[in-house]
Design a protein around this ligand. Structure first.
Ligand SMILES: Nc1ncnc2c1ncn2[C@@H]1O[C@H](COP(=O)(O)OP(=O)(O)OP(=O)(O)O)[C@@H](O)[C@H]1O
Length: 302
């Protein structure tokens, strides 16, 4: 079954703090949707409301057309990971999943498969307190996948994963989406989101800033290129003349960050000027630069 998440005019207030205001967006099946925003933007709050863990002050959030609380067997429709620390420290990974399976009417035989799928079968009988952060994150993912859901809602699932783990999770999410699943995943790692997400929803101060395809957003903003070499300074006037923004890289004698020209154009210019470079490398990806632009202008205008 394919399930869309729709957030409609959502508002959430905690006393005097407005965590989310009039937020509307949809998360489509068949795609990985990144959920981005600075600290305190309201991402976790929105995810908790979608999962029925927090009551909205205004508006609503629906999964496949109904609120989470109205889904008859929710773990079979929605898998979630909000806080990987939320495991009883004395309970083993296997017992933790067994407990969730029993509580949600999932066949206990799925536990072993889920442990295998997230790569912690070898640690299945260790108490949760003896698992590393990355292993607890994988256990949380196993719990999310246990009911074979069509929707995944994951809050910062990359936290604590090693580079292999990050690549593994990227593959898992893409596969899940390719099979028609709906994925909403928050992260602060822009490079990773650019590699993983098809679509991003960007919020700040509880408000929607953008809901857009990753490629489109990344293309809107050029990333910066680090240009470093003993004679690089000589290139600066020419770079500026061609419309690039050039900033001296902090704490370096000869390095500059150039925005608005691609590395090949800069390389040709250096070649023409006979300037040797030790570094000519994209630094910020388009998504990271776009995120900074979006959230910084919001901060200064707000
Ligand atoms: N239970 C709560 N009680 C009071 N204020 C809260 C509560 N939960 C969240 N807030 C406030 O709501 C705002 C949004 O927080 P939220 O955790 O949703 O942001 P976030 O985008 O997930 O941030 P981060 O990237 O830091 O995890 C913050 O100002 C936060 O302090």
């Amino acid at each position: 079954m394919e399930s869309t998440i729709s957030v409609e005019g959502l508002g959430k207030r905690y006393g005097a703090t407005v965590a989310v205001r009039d937020l509307s967006f949809t998360v489509e099946p068949g795609k990985v949707t990144g959920f981005l925003g600075p600290n305190g933007a309201g991402k976790s709050t929105t995810m908790r409301v979608i999962l029925g863990l927090d009551r909205p002050t205004t508006g609503r959030a629906l999964i496949a057309g109904v609120p989470y609380a109205s889904i008859p067997a929710p773990t079979r429709v929605v898998g979630s990971l909000l806080d990987a620390g939320a495991v009883h420290p004395g309970r083993t990974a296997r017992a933790h999943l067994g407990w969730i399976a029993r509580a949600s009417g999932v066949d206990l035989r799925r536990v072993g498969a889920a442990l295998d799928r997230v790569g912690i079968a070898h640690a299945a009988d260790r108490p949760a307190a003896a698992l590393s952060l990355g292993m607890r994150q994988r256990l949380g993912l196993a719990a999310a996948l246990l009911g074979d859901p069509s929707v995944l809602i994951l809050d910062e699932p990359l936290n604590g994963l090693d580079p292999q783990g990050i690549v593994w999770l990227r593959g898992l999410l893409k596969e899940f989406a390719d099979a028609g699943g709906t994925v909403l995943v928050s992260s602060h790692l822009m490079n990773e989101m650019q590699a993983t997400a098809d679509h991003v929803i960007v919020i700040a101060r509880g408000e929607l800033l953008a809901s857009v395809g990753v490629a489109e957003l990344a293309a809107r903003t050029a990333g910066s290129v680090r240009v470093d070499g003993p004679g690089a300074r000589a290139l600066v006037p020419e770079l500026r003349q061609r419309g690039a923004r050039v900033e001296h890289a902090p704490a370096t004698p000869d390095a500059f960050d150039v925005t608005g020209l691609d590395p090949l154009e800069i390389g040709r210019l250096a070649l023409g000027a006979g300037v040797a470079l030790r570094e000519l490398a994209p630094r910020r990806t388009g998504l990271e630069a776009a995120f900074m632009d979006l959230t910084t202008s919001e901060r200064t205008s707000g």
